[in-house]
Ligand binder design. Sequence first.
Ligand code: MBD
Ligand code: FE
Length: 287
Amino acid sequence: MTATHHAPAPSAADSGASATERFKSDKYANVADTPKERVSLLAREVLEAVHSTIRRHKVTYDEYNALKAWLISVGEDGEWPLFLDVWVEHVVEEVATEHREGNKGTIEGPYYVPGAPEQGSRGSVPMRDDEPGTPLVWTGRVTSTDGSVLDQARIELWHADAEGLYSQFAPGIPEWNLRGTFSVDADGQFEINTVRPAPYQIPTDGACGKLIAAAGWHAWRPAHLHVKVSAPGHELLTAQLYFPGDEHNDDDIASAVKPELVLDPKPAADGKGETVSYGFVLDPVKA
Ligand code: MBD
Ligand code: FE
């Protein structure tokens, strides 16, 4: 299928400004009671890790000054959400979810927007009339770790389009394109119609891109669908689903791929696109 959309080329500044603006809301309330001892411990250990890198590798003043300039540019480009979610969040997620017996999750990333339009338990994610990409029909069921059906579950889905662009973070895309909130039926089942996203290249023209180029890394994430799955009395599951054979499943720049999150799509019976079955098991909140 040929791409028919000629939106202006997205820039680091566009997606960075949107991501930063969205995240600026009050994130301190939940840590207001943190004891000084813990703040001091965490800050000191991070600084000690920096100090030991400087000593071990004899970091020069020129390198220190370049670091200062670069850190300033991360903020100016609005790329702190991108930087943190690509290179740090995966370890926070690992620690936060290691007790779980249900579904594996992975990082949220910088492009979630709450409140996507409600689509019921069987329907299409909002998309353009001529949305490019391979159609994907995804069915599944949401249960608890004891096997019981979670008929009040909700699935928030968001993903990039077939050009790797996210609505609300790249210009020229309708507000809620490829973002939807789904419910499940009395059996906990859902059916979601969407299109396969493209692999995602993090912006190369901003501070994160500058680091990637200077270090000789690559800027790619494999194609992925983001979800948040919730149900009363259960832990919120934030996950991403991947496609088999993507060359970046093994070297995701954001280290967020897990084997349990790779889908197994099959050609659709009608010859148009693909079908895939993937459900979720949520952990009850422990009292
Ligand atoms: C993405 O789409 C994403 O999911 C992450 C984690 C980082 C950058 C872009
Ligand atoms: Fe993403």
